[in-house]
Write a new protein. Structure first.
Length: 357
């Protein structure tokens, strides 16, 4: 039988003069072992391990040195039971290949670490109802306090979800109605700014290279493009559809390059704008002298396109920070408070837009 500090009753554990166990032992060090080597109480070791105040820096360093010497690792499961939380946030994301998802995930991980939380990632390869349901079901097997869903497709409203009790949810880049807290870029506002910029340059209308039909962000941008043209008294031209990739932008660009009345194009993301620029160049349409092109995202490479791309800047870091802020607010204050937070965008004007010929 073992006592609370891990020793066997009636059989004292052998130690070296420094408090270490003899080499070759597989048993792990206990909190009492660390306290003995550091010359402090087990309560002080506990306070250092849990990051509590009330310990001098000198004592904290002594305890940390003893932990390192003995290879002591705090029991996170025991701490979770004591605190009633796991200090872990689950993140469900649909596709790690898109710039926005990767940058938002990076910001979530950074913000969570700053608050003392770890992140458990559950990637969903195919955005289907079964996959969404399965990802949420797996949360019941994981020790997480909250969930952030980075999802741009319309699935949350169609999938009956069985969430673990007391797990809070924030959704990024989606339309989850009033059931969850939502954090998103101001898709409509950014689009209106882009369209208005082209109209103010003197273009009679603006063509739109849209994202995939199932995308929430693509729908918001297409709706705002159409509404802004209508508000300005212009008839929206036929929408051209892509799939976020540069290749789809290239294919659409070959079609748009053949239209003599096409002098301005708003692409729903920078990657499609890149393919569009290539297609226009191959067809002898100069940007911006013949055709102005504007994108959305402001990816790091957009300033190096030829010509440098005018685009709408999304603050992915702020979206990630607001997601973490949202789940922590629900956990600590009000689990029933839901709403939508829109992170502002801004237009970055470069060399791909100009007055019409």
């Amino acid at each position: 039988m073992e006592t609370a500090d891990g020793t066997s009753a009636g059989r004292p554990r052998q130690r070296t003069r420094t408090g270490k166990r003899p080499a070759g032992r597989a048993q792990s060090a206990s909190m009492a072992d660390v306290a003995r080597v550091a010359g402090v109480s087990s309560q002080t070791v506990s306070r250092v391990a849990n990051g509590y105040a009330g310990v001098t820096e000198e004592t904290r360093q002594q305890v940390l040195a003893a932990m390192k010497e003995l290879g002591y690792r705090p029991n996170s499961a025991a701490r979770a039971l004591k605190r009633g939380e796991f200090r872990t946030i689950g993140v469900i994301t649909f596709g790690l290949s898109t710039t926005g998802n990767v940058r938002t995930l990076e910001a979530i991980a950074t913000s969570a670490a700053h608050e003392g939380y770890a992140v458990t990632l559950l990637p969903v390869a195919v955005p289907t109802q079964d996959e969404v349901r399965g990802a949420f079901s797996r949360l019941g097997e994981l020790a997480v306090d909250a969930v952030i869903v980075i999802q741009e497709v319309h699935l949350l409203d169609a999938v009956p979800l069985d969430l673990p009790p007391n797990v809070q949810v924030v959704v990024a880049d989606s339309d989850a109605g009033d059931r969850y807290t939502v954090v998103d870029t101001d898709q409509a506002g950014g689009t209106r700014t882009a369209v208005r910029h082209l109209l103010d340059l003197g273009h009679r209308t603006v063509w739109h290279l849209a994202g995939p039909e199932e995308s929430y962000a693509a729908q918001r941008r297409a709706d705002a493009w159409r509404a802004e043209l209508t508000r300005a008294g212009r008839t929206p031209p036929p929408l051209v559809r892509g799939d976020w990739s540069a290749e789809s932008g290239y294919r659409a660009g070959l079609e748009l390059a053949s239209l003599e009345d096409c002098s301005a194009v708003f692409a729903a993301n920078d990657q499609m704008a890149l393919g569009l620029l290539r297609a226009l160049h191959e067809r002898g349409r100069t940007v911006p002298d013949d055709v102005s092109v504007i994108g959305f995202d402001d990816i790091p490479e957009s300033g190096s396109f030829l010509p440098p791309l005018t685009t709408v800047h999304q603050d992915f870091a702020e979206v990630g920070r607001r997601c973490v802020e949202g789940v922590l607010r629900q956990m600590r204050h009000d689990a029933t408070a839901h709403g939508t937070t829109l992170v502002p965008t801004r237009l970055v004007v470069r060399d791909s837009t100009a007055p019409p010929p």
